[in-house]
Design a protein around this ligand. Structure first.
Ligand code: GDP
Length: 440
């Protein structure tokens, strides 16, 4: 994350404070400046950043510095609380009332509307809903095909009328079709332009009036910074939308847009899109986003994504093996398979505290697992199940069998044994919860 080491920096700024025990006007000034700079670095609008840091200053002044937390940590915590508040405090659910419920997707061309439509369809389908995707982008014929491909990928039907240039008519027909075919949720993907233009605005206004959607979402590319804020304002004045979807918040993308947009339009952010894979969609949680902006990582979303992609039964089986200290190479291999299903490894690593920076410039993809897989697959079933029997001569055989070096085999063995040690420790400490709280 972009705020990596912010708390370290703040601690350094507080060095002079040693012995005083309270945060004072003088020592808070330097640190508040650091926080403001970090916020601006993360794309938070200057005015907003100044407001935040002024509040933080008020909050921090006079607070006792506890022995257990450093002043830097305390200020980061206050900052996190303040950012959370700024982004609305708590998550706001998408409203899916009506039969069928209609979700209208708006935004500029290229913002990620069509991709998001597919992702949302996939998410709702996984929640057990009957979903229909509707292609209402009448200006870009390729958009229909794009939505069809995505629909097929996630297993959701797509309604389209190629050749028809009346978006309202298509949408009405689609809703009639949804009623007839028992679809409970209709997601309408609309046309976007390169810049806000009047015809497009009128068209989507009409769509909104006629379809009476329970949810109108505004999709915006979080990499467009201040432009994103202005566009959000224009769309909100015309559409009075219900929520914002921030896209392209992958890996290292700054999260500041979330704060600025929320501040300017005062509408909740409901989803964040974090990659091109259909699984890369997360419900927006202000507290987690604040942690992410502060470089504290987003472990909770990571775990949730893991839970979504992981096979429930398999997860249970692995958990019990971990609990009984019986985790072996077969389990490791099966875990690797599951991890690959979760999406781009680099994006995932970006969610782990402190990892974002470490991963920068590294080229990690699914192929990175190949050597490990080759080594494990060269083990005999007995070796996989009882890794302890793998001695020097067996390592040699495994190395030549997999076409990898002895060093690589040794590294994997070491990694695996460290992992098992950590699992044992976790079991002693009372499970994953304890480990997680240590990680945070
Ligand atoms: P639309 O014109 O608003 O429908 O935008 P598209 O859905 O076609 O997206 C435009 C481009 O951005 C496409 O190349 C998408 O693959 C890409 N895209 C969309 N969402 C994301 C995202 O969350 N992360 C990344 N990295 N790319 C995205």
């Amino acid at each position: 994350g972009m705020f990596d080491n912010l708390s370290l920096k703040l601690d350094r700024a507080f060095k002079t404070l040693k012995g005083t025990g309270t945060i004072t006007e003088i020592n808070v000034a330097t640190t508040v400046k650091e926080i403001r700079r970090a916020l601006i670095d993360a794309d938070v609008n200057y005015k907003v950043a100044k407001e935040v840091t002024d509040t933080i200053k008020q909050e921090a002044l006079g607070r006792d510095v506890l022995i257990s937390v450093s002043p830097g940590q305390l200020l980061v915590k206050i900052t996190q609380e303040e950012l959370t508040k700024l982004m609305g405090g708590t998550k706001v659910e998408i409203n899916l009332t009506g039969d069928p419920s209609v979700v209208l997707i708006s935004g500029l061309q290229g913002s990620g509307k069509t991709t998001f439509s597919g992702k949302l369809a996939s998410l709702l389908k996984r929640q057990g809903r009957q979903v229909l995707l509707v292609a209402c982008d009448i200006y870009r014929p390729a958009a229909i095909d794009q939505l069809k491909v995505l629909g097929e990928q996630v297993g959701v039907e797509v309604y389209a009328e190629p050749g028809n240039t009346n978006a309202l008519e298509i949408a009405n027909n689609a809703i009639a079709y949804a009623k007839k075919s028992g679809k409970k949720t209709v997601i309408v993907d609309t046309a976007g332009r390169l810049a806000v233009d009047e015809q497009m605005m009128q068209e989507i206004e009409q769509l909104k009036k006629a379809l009476n959607p329970s949810e109108t979402l505004f999709v915006v590319d979080s990499m467009t910074g201040q432009d994103a804020v202005n566009t959000a304002k224009t769309f909100d004045e015309r559409l009075d939308f219900n929520g914002v979807v921030l896209t392209k918040l992958d890996g290292d993308t700054r999260g500041g847009a979330a704060i600025s947009i929320r501040h300017v339009v005062n509408k909740p952010i409901k989803f964040i899109s974090t990659g091109e894979k259909m699984e890369n969609l997360d419900v927006f949680h202000p507290d987690r986003m604040a942690q992410r902006i502060l470089g504290m990582g987003d472990v909770i979303s990571l775990v949730e994504r893991a839970q979504q992609s992981f096979d429930e039964e398999e997860a249970k089986r692995i958990n019990s093996k971990i609990r009984t200290n019986n985790f072996n190479f077969d389990d490791f291999l099966s875990q690797l398979e599951q991890v690959k299903k979760m999406g781009n490894i680099k994006d995932l690593m970006g969610m782990i505290p402190g990892m974002g920076k470490a991963m920068k410039g590294l080229d990690i993809d699914d192929d990175s697992f190949k050597p490990i897989e080759a080594i494990i697959k060269s083990m005999t079933p007995a070796e996989r199940q009882q890794p302890d029997i793998i001695d020097g001569s067996r390592r040699k055989r495994i190395a030549s069998g997999s076409g990898r070096t002895i060093t690589e085999v040794n590294n994997l063995m070491k990694q695996f044994s460290d992992m098992r040690k950590m699992m044992k420790q976790m079991n002693k400490m009372g499970g994953a919860k304890a480990a997680m709280s240590r990680l945070m």
